[in-house]
Design a protein around this ligand. Structure first.
Ligand SMILES: Nc1ncnc2c1ncn2[C@@H]1O[C@H](COP(=O)(O)OP(=O)(O)OP(=O)(O)O)[C@@H](O)[C@H]1O
Ligand SMILES: [Mg+2]
Length: 460
């Protein structure tokens, strides 16, 4: 047997190991690592390897538009364009070549077909008039299960479908923010000031009551005074998608996890779980958009709880493996414990005062199987399905190489140019995310229709 055949862990000399080890680590050591990474990052950026810079969305071809976005025959599409010279005519790379359009142009074309085209066709996505936007949270305390990928792809497919989308990044890792090209300086450009404003409003009312009773008011610091001046539109930024806007995140957002419990201690009456919903409603966001997507961190902290409480639709991605299934089960356990304890805490007082009790309710909750490999996981997935029943969304989102491959400046399947891929790979990758969106849209339509029907019934 040659030396190379010995497994690497069988031949370790303690002396050699001690020699290689280096000194023990201490706190300042972290600062040195951070500093080295910061310099490395600068170097990468100077070589053009960063994620910043003006991002531009690719163009959409007549083929893609008529196949995926505006369901008309290509010949009819071209005829309508010829008859309406004021409509966007697209650009081609060569004389007589295929026409390509920006998404903005596609949206204008869709509006035209929606207004002028056959009423039998659904050119415009359904949104009942007068009902608020739906808030969708994607969450699981297990990391790396496909939360951000699912959330980003749903936001993009909804935007391609013609919805006005707002994405809010609640994860201080800021992955969703970099997907949408957001540059966030500090916590004041995240959702933090909105939560602070909600607390400030409660505290101000509390203090007024204290003054009325002749008690000293609680301290009202500069953070709260500043936060009172900010509204959601001050924080919302445009992205390279014409109909996707963003409230971004960066590391400082994590500060909220320490600040929120302090506020809650100060003012016991603060309904922190209502914070996000209340500010979004007050600031008109739920009228300005059709869908609000919340990407959450892999933890059940205060930001996640806030996002979950604000959500109308909760999606819980997980993979068809024992470990992910197991930890997703425990995530639901924690959701139960967390929300039951909030309800219990509130309702003791509510019952005593004869006030209405608090009961959290979601329009729909679904577990979404992600990164599914039919060759390896069919049996596992079948079993999981048997136990989860209705909770499990009917579509299994396949593992697709397209996600990792899309490239430096491009995020996910909808941003990738299909000409860069093998046709078969592209079609399969796209089909699985289209189906993820279809399953979501089925929920959305059902929920909006249910509300519309209830509203009509109430008016009669
Ligand atoms: N359907 C898919 N096919 C192939 N790869 C996927 C798929 N979905 C996600 N991935 C990959 O899995 C990894 C984790 O995905 P993602 O970042 O979306 O998970 P996450 O739950 O948001 O992670 P975190 O907990 O860190 O926020 C990424 O590398 C992503 O590219
Ligand atoms: Mg994520």
């Amino acid at each position: 047997m040659s030396r190379d055949d010995i497994p690497p862990y069988l031949n370790i000399s303690p002396d050699r190991a001690a020699e290689l080890l280096g000194p023990p680590a201490d706190t300042p050591g972290f600062a040195s690592v951070a500093e080295a990474c910061r310099r490395g990052r600068q170097d990468l950026a100077s070589r053009g390897l960063d994620e910043t810079g003006e991002r531009q969305l690719r163009l959409f071809s007549t083929w893609e538009i008529t196949r995926y976005l505006i369901p008309v025959a290509p010949a009819h599409f071209r005829r309508v364009l010829r008859q309406n010279p004021d409509l966007p005519q697209g650009q081609s790379e060569s004389a007589g070549g295929a026409k390509w359009f920006t998404l903005d142009e596609v949206l204008r074309l869709r509006a035209h077909f929606g207004a002028e085209g056959s009423k039998a066709k659904n050119y415009l996505p359904y949104r009942p008039k007068g009902l608020p936007a739906k808030i969708v949270a994607v969450a699981n305390f297990k990391g790396g299960v496909g939360k951000t990928s699912t959330c980003a792809h749903l936001a993009m497919s909804a935007a391609l479908d013609g919805y006005r989308v707002l994405v809010i990044d609640l994860d201080s890792q800021g992955s969703m923010t970099s997907i949408f090209g957001g540059q966030v300086e500090d916590e004041w450009q995240t959702v933090f000031p909105l939560l602070a404003r909600h607390y400030a409003t409660t505290l101000r009312a509390d203090n007024q009551r204290r003054l009325d009773r002749g008690e000293p008011p609680l301290p009202f610091d500069d953070t709260l005074t500043e936060a009172l001046k900010l509204k959601a539109p001050d924080l919302i930024r445009k992205t390279h998608w014409p109909n996707i806007d963003l409230i971004g995140a960066q590391l400082n957002l994590y500060w909220s996890e320490f600040q929120i419990p302090v506020w809650r201690m100060q003012s016991r009456g603060w309904r922190l779980w209502d914070a996000l919903t209340d500010v979004l409603a007050e600031d008109g966001v739920l009228d300005d958009y059709d869908l609000v997507f919340l990407d959450t961190p892999p933890a059940l902290g205060y930001l996640t709880i806030n996002g979950l409480a604000a959500a109308d639709i909760l999606l819980v991605p997980f993979g068809a493996s024992f470990l992910e299934f197991d930890s997703t089960g425990r995530f639901f356990d924690m959701l139960h414990a967390t929300f039951a304890s909030i309800e219990e805490g509130e309702n003791v007082a509510a019952r005593a005062l004869g006030r209405e009790e608090l009961h959290f309710e979601w329009d729909a909750v679904r577990a979404v199987m992600t990164r599914y490999d039919a060759g390896q996981q069919a049996e596992m997935a079948g079993l999981i399905q048997a136990y989860m029943g209705q909770l499990l969304s009917p579509h299994r989102q396949d593992f697709t190489a397209l996600i990792g491959q899309a490239g430096e400046q491009v995020n996910g399947i909808y941003e990738a140019d299909y000409r860069d891929f093998n046709r078969e790979t592209y079609a399969r990758g796209r089909a699985t995310f289209d189906a993820t969106y279809a399953a979501f849209k089925m929920l959305l339509y059902g929920i909006w229709r249910r509300e519309e029907t209830a509203r009509t019934a109430a008016a009669e």
